[in-house]
Design a protein around this ligand. Structure first.
Ligand code: TMP
Length: 206
């Protein structure tokens, strides 16, 4: 089973995903918990470049770097883990590209859908949990955990950019049955309980 976690910066998806990975392991599942960008050996260098370079990157070059990260990640980490029967939990995947580079930066959505399918060789998630939070709350959380010298390029974007990204997630979730939207402005225990319920009901149906 391949599950992705998505949301605006500071939505809490990383912490929730780690907690669920621990729970699944405790129940005896083999779990591969990974992330984009940066889930492969090559991806670690690409992550640093994509999130922290001070060099200006054009929209299309940025897009292609995320896709290179994804192609390598799918081929060297995700597909082998799925083939070995593991549950793969991935912090960001194709929908981050649609929402950040598409809805956020304004690149053409259908072009991005096609390029995502090229990068992943058509490997789509079985389930996608979108942790939805008002952008002011998300950014406050994201900026409070990064020290001022370590904020990433995306956290420095204007509120309007993040609002478009959030809207993108909600629009994508409305048109595809693989999404579940969770209200991530609730207390951590409630967010975790909702995500757990979606995950377990999906596992049971597999
Ligand atoms: P995070 O992994 O710490 O959430 O940060 C990754 C940042 O990269 C986040 O701001 C979203 C952005 N991103 C994209 O813009 N496009 C993508 O395809 C991916 C995977 C991430």
């Amino acid at each position: 089973m391949f599950v992705t976690f998505e949301g605006v910066d500071g939505s809490g998806k990383t912490t929730i995903m780690e907690a669920l990975a621990c729970e699944l392991r405790a129940q005896g599942h083999k779990v591969c918990a990974t992330r984009e960008p940066g889930g492969s050996a090559l991806g670690k260098s690409l992550r640093e470049l994509l999130l922290h370079t001070e060099t200006k990157i054009t929209k299309r070059a940025e897009l292609l770097l995320f896709l290179a990260d994804r192609a390598e990640h799918v081929a060297t980490v995700i597909k082998p883990a799925l083939a070995a029967g593991q549950v793969v939990l991935c912090d960001r995947y194709i929908d981050s590209t649609l929402c950040y580079q598409g809805y956020g930066r304004g690149l053409e959505l259908n072009e991005l859908r096609f390029l995502n399918s090229v990068a992943t060789a058509n490997l789509f998630p079985d389930l996608t949990l979108v942790l939805d939070v008002p952008i002011e709350i998300g950014l406050k959380r994201a900026l409070s955990r990064a020290d001022s010298s370590n904020t990433c390029r995306f956290e420095q974007e204007a509120l309007q950019f993040h609002a478009k990204v959030r809207q993108g997630y909600l629009e994508e979730a409305a048109i595809s049955p693989r999404f579940r939207v969770v209200d991530a402005s609730q207390a951590f225990s409630q967010v975790l309980a909702s995500c757990r319920a979606h995950l377990l009901s999906h596992l049971a149906s597999c």
